[in-house]
Design a protein around this ligand. Structure first.
Ligand SMILES: [Zn+2]
Length: 146
């Protein structure tokens, strides 16, 4: 079985499966290949384009993130985390292990609202979320030379 990306004359794109290329030609000539949108049988093959949409690898039935693709995605994620950490460090006040205390003060309006970052224990994080204090947990930065 092969899949073709087809397009009707109105520009509707769709995919159709055929036993082989000859089967496609035969069915198209017999007007048996119709656009699922408008029913047009004047369809043509679209040029095969590389698929760049994310998640397609998995949808195609390949394994989880292994190999070059997975590594590239992991590196991309790592870079995004680096940017996030840098953004936080440049725009927020470091409050160390007073994070929970400071987050609460800001939440209850005891101090002026500002961005903060610091450490919280899992117990503190749990209490904050139970109180409805908004905060985001981001993975600790991994220092390569730590
Ligand atoms: Zn159509």
């Amino acid at each position: 079985m092969i899949v073709f990306n087809l397009q009707c004359k109105d520009g509707h794109g769709f995919e159709a499966w055929f036993k082989d290329a000859a089967a496609y030609d035969g069915q198209r000539r017999a007007r048996k290949v119709a656009c699922p949108v408008c029913g047009d049988t004047k369809v043509a093959k679209m040029p095969t384009a590389p698929r760049i949409a994310k998640g397609v690898t998995k949808a195609a039935g390949k394994g989880p993130d292994t190999g070059e693709d997975g590594k590239a995605r992991a590196a991309e994620f790592q870079r995004a985390m680096e940017r996030l950490h840098r953004h936080v460090e440049e725009n927020c006040d470091y409050v160390g292990d007073k994070f929970a205390e400071e987050a609460r003060k800001i939440h209850y309006g005891e101090v002026k609202e500002r961005g903060i970052y610091g450490q919280a224990t899992s117990q503190e994080a749990k209490e904050l979320s139970e109180e409805g204090v908004p905060f985001a947990a981001i993975p600790r930065r991994r220092h390569k030379d730590a």
